[in-house]
Design a protein around this ligand. Sequence first.
Ligand code: DAK
Length: 260
Amino acid sequence: MEYKNLLIETSNGITTLMINRPQVLNALNSDVVRELECALYELDLDAAVRVIIVTGAGEKAFVAGADIKEMSEISAYEAHDFARRGQRLMLLINKMTTPVIAAVNGYALGGGLELALACDFIYASEKAKFGFPEVGLGIIPGFGGTQNLARLIGPNRANELIFTGRIINAAQAHAWGIVNEICAPGDLLPMAVSTAREIVGKGALGVTYAKDAITNGLNMTKEDGFRYEASLFGVLFATSDQREGMGAFLEKRTAEFKGK
Ligand code: DAK
């Protein structure tokens, strides 16, 4: 499928998906949300894609939020449709078997921060900025931001960030645990690719099941989460990747995983 607002490149199992509307700081309009949903759905079905890196085009922004111009003009029906699609996109990233890394190269505001938070983890350039300006627009985060941020950094810090609409820098986001690592702007994609390579070197099924256990386990009681983990752990013993991984260790060679 052709995308008007996305640049997608795959090499050695690693796909870089760049949101490409730099003239409006990569703001998410309904076309971008629709394209992201289709693209991620397609990429997740492609066995050649092992890790996806989501980033923004240009020097200034990852995504500066939902497209305020479009939002200011839509009807209630369109707002409802936009909300459903946006929320479906964020949930899709959680449900995908492929790990998704957000490489935040600049502003990640509102819906942009929600997109980053929906990813499996975030790397950021030292120039990145994070915030939820929604309360200043008379709304609240609506693509899962209240839920994902509070789960990630706890309710108190999430409350402070969301109630004030304050924009924080990369160092603060790192200190609060929103961002795993920060680096110089030019090092951001290489750092994400290097981590993606490490993941590609591991058994695809193990990575997928670990994502499943962590993401879904967070919505369970600890005991249910343990039970879920045990069942996924057991299933992996029916795979050739498990035999290959353990066999390679015992034979002192590098494992060659097949994802089966
Ligand atoms: N939407 C549309 N255009 C945007 C934009 C946005 N979010 N952000 C920036 N732009 C455009 C600017 O209008 C400007 O266009 P021109 O004037 O050149 O035509 C161009 O991008 C460059 O921006 P600036 O000139 O403003 O650049 P500065 O460096 O001066 O400022 C900034 C950068 C990021 C501080 C500033 O652009 C800014 O404050 N942007 C808006 C940030 C924001 O409030 N974002 C929206 C948050 S609310 C929903 C679920 C979720 C959401 C909505 C609905 N449902 C469930 C229905 C999400 C809501 C949000 O994301």
